[in-house]
Design a protein around this ligand. Structure first.
Ligand code: DGI
Ligand code: FE
Ligand code: FE
Length: 200
């Protein structure tokens, strides 16, 4: 695990305090995943010249809300006056899209780039900046992942970040379609933007 301190005062916590805060909020298994995502995000941030601190913070917080109950998310959607269409979704979508508002409120974190990367880390969007892409891809390729497509995804991510977003999105979509689950509009938007014209 990497050891460094935050220098930029982006959040009102030291890196050690953030690690403890996240560790207390999620299971051991998920914390291990989160540390893996941080490591992958830092490597991608170095490769693609993104703020390492922002990549670290976004990665450490991206699944912070994953273990909240459906009732807590439904209440948050009402409390934060979010689009009621969000109520049609589930934890897979809520932990990022609603989690972003919970993190802002509860942890007093207001960096809009970090919050945006967390918000769309599951679905992507057609307007992803480098930090958004780094988190989206790091979540998919972190060292703990072992599904068949992951080796190809890691190779692609080392040379072309947009191609890695495209590969991940098409693989995720194929997986979701095989499961007959609803596809979020932002997932389709990501596909149309990154994949539709790149497939050869
Ligand atoms: O939270 P993680 O498991 O680390 O990863 P994630 O946030 O990228 O994805 C969480 C789950 O959400 C994963 O099982 C795939 C699923 N997912 C991604 N896009 C969509 C989706 N589920 C639905 N129903 N619709 C989507 O568009
Ligand atoms: Fe997630
Ligand atoms: Fe994750």
């Amino acid at each position: 695990m990497c050891e460094f301190d935050y220098q930029l005062n982006l959040i009102p916590l030291t890196r050690q305090e953030l690690l403890s805060t996240v560790c207390e909020k999620v299971s051991k298994k998920r914390f291990k995943h989160i540390l893996g995502v941080e490591q992958a995000a830092i490597e991608l941030a170095k490769r693609y010249e993104v703020s390492i601190e922002k990549a670290s913070i976004a990665a450490l917080l991206h699944d912070y809300c994953k273990e909240l109950s459906d009732e807590q998310f439904r209440q948050a959607i009402v409390d934060y006056r979010l689009d009621s269409e969000l109520l049609d979704w589930n934890n897979n979508i809520w932990h990022g899209m609603v989690g972003r508002f919970i993190i802002e409120d509860v942890l007093d974190i207001h960096d809009v780039e970090i919050l945006h990367a967390i918000e769309i880390h599951t679905t992507g969007s057609n307007q992803m900046n480098l930090l958004d892409k780094v988190l989206y891809v790091a979540d998919y390729i972190e060292a703990g992942r072992s599904f068949p497509a992951v080796e190809a995804a890691r190779l692609i991510a080392a040379s072309n970040l947009d191609a890695a977003v495209a590969y991940e999105t098409s693989q995720t979509l194929l997986h979701l379609i095989r499961q007959n689950v609803p596809i979020h509009p932002l997932t389709l938007q990501t596909y149309n933007h990154f994949c539709a014209n790149m497939l050869v």
